[in-house]
Design a protein around this ligand. Structure first.
Ligand SMILES: [Zn+2]
Length: 132
């Protein structure tokens, strides 16, 4: 009986009404983004942060330390390609969790690699790729 309830809950369609892109990056997505940066030769911005990323049992860092993760997330999504990859992987994970409606939030950010316009275009392209 418990298994049936478990499966029922997993299979229920879900709505996500307030997900921030950079706050939704899974560990797997962050690792893929870091690999992408390394392959593209732009790992310099992320490697300094990345060793700090592991948060586990016994971790003594406080809340503001944990917000450092957002610096890592920003560094990992600083090009149109990595932003598109991050959006694609994140939307696919929500879909795999049974999410059929999502309000994914992100503030257009200008970096040394892209304009705010390119930021928006990258996210829109990822949405079209995943949702069609
Ligand atoms: Zn919010």
């Amino acid at each position: 009986m418990e298994m049936d309830l478990d499966r029922f809950c997993r299979e229920l369609p879900k709505l996500e009404l307030h997900a921030h892109l950079n706050g939704s990056l899974s560990r797997s997505t962050m690792l893929q983004l870091q690999r992408y940066h390394a392959d593209a030769g732009i790992s310099d911005e992320t490697n300094a942060f990345f060793d700090e990323f592991q948060i586990g049992a016994g971790d003594t860092r406080n809340l503001s330390d944990c917000f450092q993760v957002f610096n890592i997330a920003h560094a990992l999504t600083s090009t149109p390609e990595t932003l598109k990859l991050a959006t694609t992987l994140t939307l696919e994970e929500f879909q795999e969790d049974g999410c059929c409606y999502i309000e994914l939030r992100s503030t257009p950010r200008e970096t040394s690699h892209m304009t705010k316009r390119q930021y928006i275009d990258a996210i829109v392209q990822a949405m079209q790729y995943v949702l069609i």
